[in-house]
Design a protein around this ligand. Sequence first.
Ligand SMILES: Nc1ncnc2c1ncn2[C@@H]1O[C@H](COP(=O)(O)OP(=O)(O)OP(=O)(O)O)[C@@H](O)[C@H]1O
Ligand SMILES: O=P(O)(O)OC[C@H]1O[C@](O)(CO)[C@@H](O)[C@@H]1O
Ligand SMILES: [Mg+2]
Length: 974
Amino acid sequence: MISNNGNPFAFWSLVTGSPEAYKKAIEFYKLLGFKLVKNYVRDTNAAASTLELEGISYESVRESWLESFPSASSSGQGVAVKLRLSNYSTETIDDSNDMTRHGTRLVFYCEDLDTIRSRLEDNGYEVTNNPEEDTENGINDYSFKTRDPIGTYILFSKYASPLQTIADKSSVSSESLTSPSSEGSVASLITSGKKKIAIMTSGGDSAGMNAVVRAVVRAGIHYDCDVFGIYDGYNGLVSGGNMIKKMDWYDVRGWLSLGGTLIGTARNKEFRERSGRLKAAYNLVSNGIDSLVVCGGDGSLTGADLFRSDWPSLMEELVSTGKLTEMQVAPYKRLSIVGLVGSIDNDMAMTDRTIGAFSALERIIEMVDYIDATATSHSRAFVIEVMGRHCGWLALMAGISTGADYIFIPERPDDATNWKDKLSKVCMRHREKGHRKTTVIVAEGAIDNENKPITSEDVKKVLVDLGLDTRVTQLGHVQRGGTACAYDRMLGTLQGVEAVKAVLEDDGKSPSPMIGILEGKIVRKPLLEAVKLTKSVAAAIAAKDFDKAMSLRDSEFAECYNNYIETTMYDDGSHKLPEDQRLNIAVVHVGAPTSALNAATRSMALYSFAKGHRLFAIQNGFAGLIRHGAVRELHYNDVNSWYNLGGSVIGTNRSLPSQDMGTIAYYFQKYNFDGLVLVGGYEAFTSLQELQEARKQYPIFNIPMVAIPATVSNNVPGTEYSLGSDTCMNELVKYCDAIKQSASASRKRVFVIEVQGGYCGYIASYISLITGAIASYTPEEKISLKKIREDISLLEESFKNDGGENRSGKIFIRNEKASKIFTTELITDIIAEQSHGKFGSRTAIPGHVQQGNYPSSLDRVNANRLGVKACEFIEKWNSKIDWKLNDSFHDESDPKLRFRYVNGVKFETVKDSSELSACVVSIQGSHIGFRSVVELMRSGEVDEKFRKSKKIFWSNYTEANDMLSGKLYVKKSA
Ligand SMILES: Nc1ncnc2c1ncn2[C@@H]1O[C@H](COP(=O)(O)OP(=O)(O)OP(=O)(O)O)[C@@H](O)[C@H]1O
Ligand SMILES: O=P(O)(O)OC[C@H]1O[C@](O)(CO)[C@@H](O)[C@@H]1O
Ligand SMILES: [Mg+2]
C-alpha cells in the first residue's frame, strides 16, 4: 500500500449514533494529523441534539470528512475517513478487548510512531503494545493499538505494507516510503485478509451497468470481500488515487432505478499502451486489489484480456524498475479477471445478449413509434439511423419491432451495384399495397458488399428520387439514455452475482471467464476465446465473408434476419408455394389480453401471405366461434400496422372449446382449416389439450395445432417465457420506480405492491429482484407471521441505515394469490402496527396496467419469431415430409431421433405420432422448441389445480434477491 506518486487514497466510512462520540472522533482524527475537509448537511430534521461543532450546530451536520494527505515530498498514501452521525445507528461500543468482535479495524502506516503515540497518550487515549509484534518478519504486523472514540480499533504500524519486512525495506528507497511524519500525520495502510475485488464500467455506458455494480458490491460484501469501485473506467485504473474507492453496502442503494453508470465510464487511450497498463497494475497492487471485474463492450473486454495476458510481465517490470518489491507482488502473481458484457451494441461473441442492448432497443422503438405518427400524417419516408458500431443487432431488431420497410446491416450487406434499385422496388411496392409511410432503418455501420459505407444520406437520396418526402432522424445518444428496462436490470444483477462467484472460485488454473447468457442461462465462457471470436466477426466482414459474420453473431440473429426477410420482402409473391400446398390457417386468442397478441398475429399473417396461405381469425375466442361463428379472413392491410399495437384486435376470451366442441368442429369443417394457432396463457394450453383429446370424437381436429404462450403471468407449462411477460415487467418497473420515489420522498413509508400472476410467483420474484424489494410473497413460499416479522425487522434495519438519506424507497411485493389470509391490506396493516409510529405503510395495486399499452421490444421480436415458428409447424405437419421432431427441425442427421425426442427430452411413451402434432411452443432462453401437450400432461409437470407449471425455473431470482436486498447481510451482521 505505498505509492510513489502521492496520489492514491484510501477511504473509510465510520458510523456512530452518539453525538458525543461523533464529536470526539473528529478531534481524535485531527490529533492524528487529519484535516476536517467537509461537513455535510444530511437531514436537518433527524437529530435533536445541539452539539456545537466548528461553529455549526449539530442539527445541520450529520457527516464529516477528514483527510490525511501525505506531505509533498512523500509518496505515502492518503486516507479519508467519513464520519457519520446517524440517529438510526444502533452500533454500541464493544468494551471487550477482542478485536475480532468488532467489525472495523484500520491499520495506519506511520514512520514516526513515537510522536503519534505520545500525542495519543497525552490526550488520554489508552495505547496497547502488540505483544506479538514480529519485528523480524513484520508480516501483518503492528506496533501498538488504540481505539477511536466510536470504538474502531486503530492499529499503527511502521510498515507500509503487511508484506514489507525489515530486510525488504532496505531494497526500497526511503523516499518512496516516506510518510508525512514531519507533520506528525499518518499515511494509511488498510489491511485485512479479505479478498479485494474491484469493479469498473468501461466503453460506452449502457443501461444496466448500475445493476451490475450494485450486484458486485453487495455480492462481494456478502461473501466477505472488500469491494472497490474504479471510477471512469480505464481512466481511473490508470490514474489511481481517489478514482479507486472502497464501496459500502449502502453506497449502491437505489442504483437499480438509475440510468447510465454511476461510477462513470470513459474511453482511454493510455490503457491501449503497455505503459498505461503498467500504471494500472501498480494501482491495483498498491490498493491490495487481487480481482478485477470489468463491465464493458468488446473493446473493454479486449483490453481486459490483454491486461490479463500482460499481467505477469507487468509484475516483473514493476519489480525490476524498483516500484514494487518481490514480496509486495508475491500475492498478486495472478490477477483474477472477470468480464461482464455491458454494451448496447450486442456485438460480443459467446453471449446471446449484452447488458443494455434491450434498453437501447426499447428507446429506439419508442422513438420510432413516435415518428410513425408524424410520418403517417404526412405520408412521409423516414430514414432512421441507429447505433451499434459494426454490429447490426439494434438495426435488425428495430426493423422487426417497428415494421420497417427496409433495413441496412453490416452482416448482410446489399449488392453494391443494385441496392438502390432493390430499396426502391420494395418501398414502392409497399406504397402500392397501401403503406402511408415508409420506414428505413440504417445501422451506423451499414455497408455494401464491397465494404463501402451506406449512410442515411445515401438512402435518403434514393427515397427522394422516388418522389417520397423524406427526412433523416439520427437517434444518437438518446439510445443509451434513460433507465434500464426490466430485462437489463435482471441480466445485470444475475451476471454481477455470477462475476463475484467466478472471482471466488478462481483457482488460478482455469482461464479468465466472461459472464454471458446462452439459451437463457447465465454462463461462464473463456474471455480469451470470446474476444478472439468477436474479433473474427470484424475480420470476416473485412474479408467480405458475410455468411461467417452472420454465423458468429448470437444464436437468434440469423433466424430473426430470415424471419424479417420472409415477412417483409416476400410480399412480392416470389415465395408462394404451389397451389396444392397452400393452407387455411386459423388463429385464435385465448385468455386475458397481453400486449404482443397482435404482433404475433401480424407475423403469422405476413409469413402466410408470403407463402400463399390464408389466415383466418377466430374472433373473440372460442365463445365468438360458438355463439356467432365469428371467423374473419385477415388481409395484408388489416395486419400490417399491428407490430406495436397492444391488446387484441381480433378479440380474446377465456372460454374453452369444451363449452361446445360440436359447434367448433362444425366451423373447422366449414372453413376447412389445415392448422390452428392458439395464442394465450393457461387457457390456451387447456384449450389445446381439450382439442387434442376431442380428436377421438371429432377427427376434424386431426390437424396440427400449436399454442404460443402469451400471458403476463408466464405460467404456461413447457415454456420459460410467454409473450407479454416482458412488457408486464417493464410496466411494473416503471410503476415500482414511481412508487419507490414516493416512498423515498415521504421518508418513512413502505409500500406493499400487489402484482398479478395467478398462482404463479414468477412476476413477484422477478420484480422483487429488479427493484430490490425488501420482501416478496409468492404462492410458492408460504406466508407466515414469522416471515412477516422478519421482513419488518429487515425494514427497520434498512430505515436505520438510511441515515436520513433514503435514496431508495422501500417496497414489499405480494403476488395476488400468495395467501388467502395474509392479504395485501393485512400485510400493510401489520407493518403499520408493528412500526409503532416509526414508519407508515400503504398498498399499491397496479392491476391491469400490467398488461401494458404497447409491446416491449423483446416481446415484439419474440412475437415475430414465434408467429413464424407456429406457421412453420403447421406447414411441416401438412407437408408430411420426413419431420424429425427434435427441437426446431434442425437435427436431420440421426434417424433414431424420429419421434423420440422433443426439445431435447426423451419421449419414452409415444404411442401415436399424432400426439406430437398438438404442441406448445417451448422457449428456453433464446431457444425455441415444441413440446407435445400430451407428453407435458404425462410428465407430471403440469399443476392443474393451480394452473401453472410445477417447475420453478426462476428460483435463482429469489436467491439473488435474498442476497442483495440485505436480508442475509443483516442476518450476518446481527
Ligand atoms: N485492444 C485494446 N487494448 C487495450 N485496451 C483496449 C483495447 N480496446 C479497447 N480498449 C480499452 O477499452 C476502452 C473501451 O473500448 P471501446 O471504446 O471499444 O468500447 P467498448 O468497451 O467496446 O464499449 P462500447 O462499444 O459498448 O462503447 C478503450 O477506450 C480502451 O481503454
Ligand atoms: O458515445 P460515443 O463515444 O460517441 O460512442 C458512440 C458509440 O458507442 C456506442 O454507443 C456503444 O459502443 C456505439 O453504438 C456508438 O457507435
Ligand atoms: Mg464496442
